[in-house]
Design a protein around this ligand. Structure first.
Ligand SMILES: [Fe+2]
Length: 234
């Protein structure tokens, strides 16, 4: 497994991030993986991803990205302690993974069926607060090339989240850079990659010189959201 992104072996870079977590004192209750999980396009690559993440000894929630292969990913990432586009209630909070994968395109979309599934899960849950995670960005990043491969119905998706009234935070991947804004009361977060980053605000594809990263997200009982973005210097 030696797949690279711009000269960085993604599995090695992920291991560096996991080592940073293991060496620290902060402990998570769950891991969220927002897609584009592999660089070697094989079922074995998903098994390798599992082996790496199993070091955390956590339940791992996954959603697929445009670089994923759902037919290969789903079986591997549905076996405990991994979950694929799943729901889970923890205390006052409900977590839901949403599928935005569209075959044959780098961009994404949340289907009507997926919106219905989301509504039904929230309606069925007694949780006071909801966190949604998805691969593609529902908001423009201010980067011409990246905004051409975002969530094609991002506005509709955000409006849908507002109608559910209990969604406090939405996390996404795909953009390989930090994003942390509040849109009409919903905290919207993107976390940089565990590998190489993209240059914010660029017109054309451009790689940034920032290191790998992960984000600690703290879901408080009162519905507030804390945490910290962690850059992992080599
Ligand atoms: Fe992506």
């Amino acid at each position: 497994m030696h797949g690279e992104v711009r000269g960085t072996v993604t599995a090695d870079s992920l291991q560096t991030v996991l080592d940073h977590y293991s060496a620290g004192d902060w402990r998570a209750h769950r891991a969220l993986v927002t897609g584009d999980v592999i660089q070697d396009d094989t079922a074995e690559a998903y098994e390798r991803f599992r082996e790496l993440l199993l070091q955390l000894k956590l339940r791992v929630h996954c959603v697929p990205g445009n670089h994923d292969f759902p037919d290969l990913m789903r079986p591997v990432c549905s076996r405990p302690p991994f979950s694929y586009c799943a729901r889970e209630e923890i205390g006052n909070w409900l977590l839901i993974g949403i599928d935005s994968y569209v075959k044959g395109t780098a961009g994404g979309s949340v289907s009507a069926a997926e919106l219905d599934r989301l509504s039904a899960i929230v309606a069925d849950s007694p949780a006071k607060h909801v966190m949604v995670f998805v691969h593609h960005p529902p908001v423009p990043m201010g980067s011409v090339w990246l905004d051409s491969v975002g969530l094609d119905n991002g506005k509709e998706f955000l409006e849908h989240l507002h109608t559910l009234e209990r969604v406090r935070v939405l996390a996404f991947g795909h953009v390989h850079q930090d994003y942390d804004e509040i849109h009409d009361g919903i905290r919207i977060l993107a976390t940089p990659s565990t590998c190489r980053q993209f240059k914010p605000g660029s017109t054309r594809f451009a790689v940034d010189d920032k290191p790998p990263a992960y984000r600690r997200i703290e879901l408080n009982a009162d519905g507030s959201v804390g945490g910290e973005l962690i850059w992992v210097e080599p």
